[in-house]
Design a protein around this ligand. Structure first.
Ligand code: GAR
Length: 211
């Protein structure tokens, strides 16, 4: 099983979904570390309760020194023998150097149907734009923020009367479904990247999500 780190900044519900999936010994990734850039991230407690090693590298302690912050993170990743990194509500932008070193081994979940609504406040912006479909995307991380080959997406309807909270909750339920699936494909070596496109080999029943 591929030793995997989950990087968080907050409540860690996607992290919890990954931990739950990886509790199955047949799951191809093993969550070997949960790393947060904030000591007060709620997800840390959940990880500790599950007996998963945790680490905190306070981004605030490295104000203006992104490279130094990443050196400290890399040391933690190396210490735990990490081979795959899953960003799960990790709210720091990574440098080109870090992204390059982890190319095709670094995955992110974003709460919109990329390439629409990159960045923050995606649910409010989807409501303001009047889109009828919204959703979430799991993608390999590239240098540009919220850019990179797409591994999985799920769409949800935007319903009359939706608020940021109701729409966000509908999207989040899908995040918890597609992130464990997409990480499994990557850990199992089923992802082939050709330019900007990721192909998932032999996706079986998950095929509709994959390609
Ligand atoms: C999730 O909705 C995730 O997609 C989003 O933050 C939330 C974290 O929730 N990520 C981003 O916005 C990345 N820019 P969680 O901590 O409960 O998983």
């Amino acid at each position: 099983r591929v030793p995997t780190a989950v990087l968080i900044s907050g409540r860690g519900s996607n992290m919890a979904a990954l931990l739950d999936a990886a509790a199955d010994p047949a799951y191809p990734a093993r969550i070997a570390l949960v790393l947060s850039n904030r000591a007060d991230a709620g997800g840390l407690e959940r990880a500790r309760a599950a007996g998963i090693p945790t680490a905190v590298v306070e981004s605030r302690a490295f104000k203006g020194d992104r490279a130094g912050f990443e050196v400290a993170m890399e040391a933690m990743l190396a210490e735990h023998g990490i081979e795959l990194v899953a960003l799960a509500g990790f709210m720091r932008v990574l440098t080109e150097g870090f992204v390059g070193r982890w190319q095709d081994r670094l995955v992110n979940i974003h709460p919109s149907l990329l390439p629409s609504f990159k960045g923050l406040d995606t649910h409010a912006r989807a409501l303001a734009a009047g889109v009828r479909l919204h959703g979430c995307t799991v993608h390999l991380v590239r240098h540009g923020v919220d850019e990179g080959p797409i591994l999985a997406q799920a769409a949800v309807p935007v319903l009359a009367g939706d608020t940021e909270a109701t729409l966000g909750a509908r999207v989040l339920a899908e995040e918890h479904r597609i992130y464990p699936a997409a990480l499994a494909w990557l850990a199992a070596g089923r992802v082939r990247v050709a330019g900007e496109i990721a192909h998932v080999e032999a996706p079986g029943a998950d095929g509709a999500l994959a390609n």
